[in-house]
Write a protein that binds this ligand. Structure first.
Ligand code: SF4
Length: 85
């Protein structure tokens, strides 16, 4: 390998490593801020049997959820339902 090739390859590796670090950082930031979309957890605006949002561990009165995005109604439900202890 010529010296030019070595220099080019090495520069490319450094750039790729930098891009990988930025991508990882962005993904971690997104995870920290974003909630799950309602469609991802089959959210519905009615209870599922005796399961409903205001009986769920993730419920945050008066109308939101710790893990699902957007306004949430107390009598809604989604697939991430977890009963309060
Ligand atoms: S049932 Fe789903 S949307 Fe409702 S509070 Fe629980 S996790 Fe959030």
């Amino acid at each position: 390998m010529s010296e030019d090739n070595v220099r080019t390859t090495s520069r490319r590796n450094v750039l790729q490593a930098g891009v990988a670090v930025l991508a990882t950082g962005a993904a971690a930031g997104a995870r920290a801020q974003e909630k799950i979309e309602k469609s991802m957890v089959m959210y519905q605006e009615k209870p599922n049997g005796d399961q409903q949002c205001n009986k769920c561990l993730h419920w945050q009165p008066p109308g939101s959820c710790a893990i699902v995005a957007g306004p949430i109604i107390p009598t809604g439900w989604c697939g991430a339902f977890a009963p309060k202890p």
